[in-house]
Design a protein around this ligand. Structure first.
Ligand code: SF4
Length: 383
């Protein structure tokens, strides 16, 4: 039997573990990078995984594939939060939440032809599944779940607030897979890379990080990327000790820090659990250890006032003046499953857009804020 995995720029890492599950059961997984490749894949099932901004596009493809006789299985952040919408948009089955806990059941049902509509596993600890069976490599997941529950972010609502850490031995095993494929660098995924085996989700476990990094180097990995995409760090987790360890072992010159707003009232409302001053402290420490900092900000939160947006812009200008930073700007998009799903985004006023564009032209700011702003107008019918 053969199944098609509809891989896009945004879901590749989600599919890597599926190769292991499918191969183990003698099912061939075909990686398809377009709908056309699915059509000629010889598969009878097509797997989709997508986030909210890509839902419409996924629905269109799913409908076309259904017409050609494919059965469609969908998972990922949007289907997990709105499974019935996805079923009514053409999926035959939806996997809610983490796929690992239901893959065996799903495969049994595919093989026996008795597919159910919903597959959902309780949030639990799963063993981790290696990328060994996949033709592709991925960033290694260090931590899943996040204790903070920020109102705009899906991580805590999909994966729970109890962080689950991937044991060091398993990370080293994945590193061996990379080396066997002649990859000499490793990247990580985590909501907050510095929270790996932290006792409180904030304070870095510096000793363990040092042990992990030393072992990775001893094995022959030349470059360790940590605290850069696709992992980032929370500002209050940054300490001098952590920055020193990163400087000693890591190859990235830049660290990504989640700032999100320059207004303490807004940060409180978002449930971020840190203040603006923590962001400046983190930037100052990281710069002093030779790291440039990429600061993440989101504009247009529900009920965000122009005064708060002004405070955020002032804070950005101050950071740009005092430190080696680059701004990574986003426009808020309501995500299903979060407390802000049914909330209306606030508009991003002209004066602010103008300044964001100016900073972009000077090379001081990047990010998809303009496309996201356009997209959310379509999604939320904002004018
Ligand atoms: S934004 Fe970051 S800290 Fe907040 S819930 Fe999401 S992953 Fe956790």
């Amino acid at each position: 039997m053969r199944v098609a995995l509809r891989i896009t720029k945004y879901n590749r890492y989600s599919f890597i573990p599926l190769f292991w599950f499918l191969k183990r059961r003698g099912i061939e997984a075909v990686a398809c990078f377009s709908k056309e490749e699915v059509l000629v894949s010889g598969a009878s099932f097509a797997f989709f995984s997508f986030m909210t901004p890509f839902a419409e596009e996924a629905y269109r493809e799913m409908a076309e594939l259904k017409e050609k006789g494919f059965r469609v299985i969908a998972g990922g952040p949007h289907p997990s939060a709105l499974p019935y919408e996805v079923l009514s948009s053409g999926a035959d089955a939806v996997v809610v939440g983490e796929a690992e806990g239901v893959m065996d059941e799903l495969i049994n049902d595919i093989v026996s032809g008795s597919l159910k509509e919903l597959y959902s596993a309780p949030l639990n600890s799963f063993p981790t599944y290696s990328m060994e069976a996949s033709p592709y490599t991925a960033a290694v997941e260090l931590v899943r779940g996040c204790p903070f529950g920020c109102k705009f972010c899906q991580v805590s609502y999909l994966f729970g607030r109890r962080p689950r850490n991937r044991p060091v031995d398993e990370v080293l095993y994945e590193a061996q897979v990379l080396l066997k494929r002649e990859r000499r660098f490793i990247r990580f995924i985590a909501p907050n890379a510095l929270s790996y085996y932290s006792h409180n989700g904030i304070e870095p476990n510096v000793e363990l990080l040092e042990e992990l990094f030393s072992k990775l180097k001893e094995m022959g990995l030349l470059q360790i990327f940590f605290g850069s995409f696709p992992s980032e760090v929370r500002p209050e987790s940054v300490s001098g000790k952590a920055a020193a360890i990163m400087r000693r072992f890591c190859a990235n010159k830049r660290v990504v820090v989640g700032a999100q707003s320059g207004s303490n009232e807004r940060l409180k409302e978002l449930g971020r659990g840190h203040v603006v001053e923590d962001v400046e402290r983190a930037v100052s420490i990281l710069n002093s250890y030779g790291f440039e900092v990429s600061l993440d900000f989101i504009f247009g939160f529900p009920k965000e006032t122009e005064d708060e947006q002004r405070q955020t812009l002032d804070f950005i200008e101050e950071m740009l003046k005092k430190y080696k930073v680059k701004i990574h700007a986003h426009a808020f998009i309501p995500l299903p499953g979060t407390p802000y799903w049914n909330e209306e985004p606030s508009p991003i006023p002209r004066w602010l857009k103008r300044r964001l564009h100016e900073l972009e032209e000077k090379g001081l700011l990047d990010g998809n804020w303009a496309q996201q702003e356009y997209l959310r107008r379509r999604l939320c019918r904002l004018h």
